[in-house]
Design a protein around this ligand. Structure first.
Ligand code: R1P
Length: 292
């Protein structure tokens, strides 16, 4: 890619105030450390722990606060639900860091971001009960975002993908999940005895794509049984959420560090649900703020 290419206004959209199109942020409002959350209200929960707030910006589902936590400058931002939103968030955060918005050219010096998504999740195994914290050491994308970018074969775990495809027998649906490893050093930084290293599925929906059956019958009623019994050299699939795959994948392609860590609020095996999970997510936020 020619670094001196001038990126046209229809590809990199800048608002009149100099902010990027969806996030409405200007470059100086972004910290190197970014905590990502799905729910805009969770941004305030994170920022309530800050010692000082620099700015607060909201547009659509993207609510952002940058401030200081125990001497660290941190941006906390909501991304809404789904991998398609992560495509917007990662591209616009990276543009803020690595594209000169005035000249529309890629900067000569790369600025690396550290991105930790703090989410909620459904547990799939006995060792991922409600209340557990699970980091996505590997992320399985049921979505298709990464297929639109070049060079993914370098960051995908192709042999894990092959084994999973055989187990799922998804030829019937014509879909192929992709598998990405999260940033190793960041995963180590966030994990401890209190955070399990897991294999997280980012599903491209909440109901059918996670094997939930309400009124519509599922194409593959055995989906969760196949997922729960899958074993790749001792590695089991631990949980479902909806964003970790494209977050890990886009960050890896761009050169940023990223990982998703979730608190388990639904037990898909035990068929239990904890709707009062505020304390659990607050505990995870405290862990991440201390370790990021
Ligand atoms: C679905 O209810 C949402 O919850 C999970 C899923 O990934 C999806 O975004 O995470 P968050 O609680 O972080 O949004």
């Amino acid at each position: 890619m020619n670094n001196k290419r001038i990126i046209p206004p229809s590809e990199l959209i800048i608002n009149e105030d100099g902010s990027v199109f969806h996030l409405h942020l200007r470059p100086e409002q972004l910290a190197d450390k970014v905590v990502l959350v799905g729910d805009p209200a969770r941004v305030d929960m994170v920022a309530s722990r800050f010692d000082r707030v620099e700015c607060s910006v909201s547009n659509r589902e993207f609510h952002t606060i940058t401030g200081w936590y125990q001497g660290k400058r941190i941006t906390v931002q909501s991304h809404g639900i789904g991998s398609d939103n992560i495509d917007i968030v990662l591209n616009e955060l990276d543009a803020l860091a690595n594209i000169d918005l005035k000249t529309r050219q890629i900067k000569d010096i790369f600025r690396q971001l550290t991105l930790v998504r703090v989410g909620t999740s459904g547990g799939l195994q006995e060792n991922t009960p409600i209340g557990a914290y699970v980091a996505a050491e590997r992320s399985i994308g049921f979505d298709g975002v990464m297929y639109f970018y070049d060079g993914t074969e370098k960051i995908r775990d192709l042999s894990f993908e092959q084994a999973l495809l055989q187990q799922l027998e998804w030829q019937i649906m014509g879909l192929k999940p992709y598998v990405i490893l999260s940033d190793r050093t960041l995963t180590e930084q966030i994990c401890g005895s209190d955070v399990l290293r897991g294999v997280t599925i980012a599903a491209n929906g909440f109901y059918g794509p996670q094997g939930r059956c309400l009124r519509l019958p599922l194409r593959d009623p055995q989906l969760n049984r196949k997922i729960q019994t899958f074993d790749y050299y001792g590695s089991r699939i631990t949980n479902y959420e909806m964003e970790s795959s494209s977050l890990a994948g886009l960050a890896a392609l761009m050169g940023h560090r990223a990982v998703t860590v979730c608190c388990i609020i639904a037990g898909r095996k035990s068929e239990q649900m904890n709707t009062a999970y505020k304390g659990s997510i607050e505990g995870l936020i405290d862990l991440v703020l201390a370790r990021i």
